[in-house]
Structures are given as structure tokens and as C-alpha cells.
Design a protein around this ligand. Structure first.
Ligand code: PEP
Length: 242
């Protein structure tokens, strides 16, 4: 399985920033890993026009329904129509800013699967939860609640993103990442026959200087990258480390 370098542009990017994609492709015409960029929905189809077998594009969220009276929302089917192959779900910013629950994330994942796309389901503890020794309990509950029973390795990626590591420059130790990723793999194995094939991404302050160390951790199959995905030089440095 090739590793996956996934970039989450969040609420950043306009037409001019598509030049970063061109620069990324020029610098890494044949990467060892798969690359995925999840731009804001406004850029999705323009970025999809640049997609190749090495560079895929994805959405950052979707509504659980296919269509209807849901002002401002976008369905998985619409993301597929715009050229997306993946959808990030349950990012901690959506859980915090929009009150998304595990059960809602699960419904969204079912919608993503029904649309034939890959769901990237995010889990992760807050700093207070880690300090209280609750990390594995929190992540276990999020995994159980957010991942639908029909999930398969082909259609589901799990991203471990400690909330306290996102955008802070702080990362867990490699031992802490290994513990959580091993736990995720074991919990998946209790429910899914193809658990060994699920990609497990680490996310939270990944940058070129720490990527190689993180990617060497067992059960780390790639990264979900926020800030460092916006510039071709930074994301390319991470891609080179995979
Ligand atoms: C993210 O928000 O998914 C993320 C990993 O952000 P950053 O890389 O900026 O910490």
C-alpha cells in the first residue's frame, strides 16, 4: 500500500493558489506516495481538473443527505460530481465549531460510502483529556461511534489528530503516536476483517522537518496536513519524506 499525504486547506485558497498545485506536481512528477489535496469547495472542480493518478482531490465535509433543503451544505454526491475522491469527516474543528457528534460523523461516512468516495474519519483527544489519561478511551469511543459497520479498508481512512497538536507546532512523541495507532489498528480488527488494510494517518503539526520521523512509526500510513499543505515547498518536503 502506498502511503498517503493528504492536505487540508481548510478555509484558505483562491484561484491564485492553484499555482501551488502546479508547482507541487512539477517538483514531484512521480511521488512514492499518493497525494490528496482537500481545498475549499469553491476550488474543488478547478483543482480536480489538475488531478492525476498521483494527485487526488477531496472535500472537507459533507451533509449526510444526498440533496434537499439544506442551505449552505454540500452532499457527498455533489463532491463526487465536482471531482472529489475523498471527504474529510469529523475534523476536530467541525466537532468544535459545529457541534458534530460521533453519530453525525457516522451518518456522513455512510453518505460518503454511498457516493462511492473514501471517508477520512478524524479522531483525537484534547490536551485536558490526554493530561487526564483518557486518550485511548476518548479515541476508542470516537472510533466506535464514527465509523460505520459497512466500512471497508478501500473506502475508509482513519486520521489520528490530537486536538492540541493541530496548528500549534507541538506533536506527540513517536511512542505516543505508536501507542494510539496500534490501538486504532487493534480496535479496527475487532470489527473489520480487512483492518490491516485501513490507512491510518497521523495529523497535527506535520512539517518537512519532522515528517520522516513520524512516518517511520509503526502503523502510520501517511499524514493529514493542515498549514504545511498550503505551500508546494512545504507539502513537497513532506511528500519527499514518505
Ligand atoms: C489539521 O487541521 O488537519 C492539521 C493537521 O493541521 P496542522 O497540520 O496545521 O497542524
Amino acid at each position: 500500500m502506498r502511503k498517503l499525504a493528504a492536505g487540508n486547506w481548510k478555509m484558505n485558497g483562491t484561484e491564485a493558489d492553484l499555482a501551488e498545485i502546479d508547482a507541487l506536481m512539477a517538483a514531484h512528477p512521480a511521488p512514492h506516495c499518493e497525494m490528496l489535496i482537500c481545498p475549499p469547495a469553491t476550488l474543488l472542480s478547478r483543482m480536480a481538473a489538475r488531478a492525476t493518478s498521483d494527485l487526488m482531490v477531496g472535500g472537507q465535509d459533507c451533509h449526510p443527505k444526498v440533496s434537499g433543503a439544506h442551505t449552505g451544505d454540500i452532499s457527498a454526491a455533489m463532491l463526487a460530481d465536482a471531482g472529489a475522491s475523498h471527504v474529510i469527516l469529523g475534523h476536530s474543528e467541525r466537532r468544535a465549531d459545529h457541534g458534530e457528534s460521533d453519530s453525525l460523523v457516522r451518518l456522513k461516512a455512510e453518505a460518503v460510502h454511498a457516493a462511492g468516495l473514501v471517508a477520512i474519519i478524524c479522531v483525537g483527544e484534547t490536551e485536558a483529556q490526554r493530561d487526564a489519561g483518557q486518550t485511548l478511551d476518548v479515541i476508542g469511543a470516537q472510533l466506535a461511534g464514527s465509523v460505520p459497520d459497512g466500512a471497508t479498508a478501500l473506502r475508509t481512512v482513519i486520521a489520528y489528530e490530537p486536538v492540541w497538536a493541530i496548528g500549534t507546532g507541538r506533536t506527540p512523541t513517536t511512542a505516543e503516536i505508536a501507542e494510539v495507532h496500534g490501538f486504532l489498528r487493534a480496535r479496527l480488527a475487532e470489527r473489520f476483517a480487512d483492518a490491516s488494510g485501513f490507512r491510518l494517518l497521523y495529523g497535527g503539526s506535520v512539517k518537512p522537518s519532522n515528517a520522516a520521523e513520524i512516518f517511520a512509526v509503526p502503523n502510520v500510513d501517511g499524514a493529514l496536513v493542515g498549514g504545511a499543505s498550503l505551500k508546494a515547498a512545504d507539502f513537497g518536503g513532506i511528500v519527499a519524506a514518505l
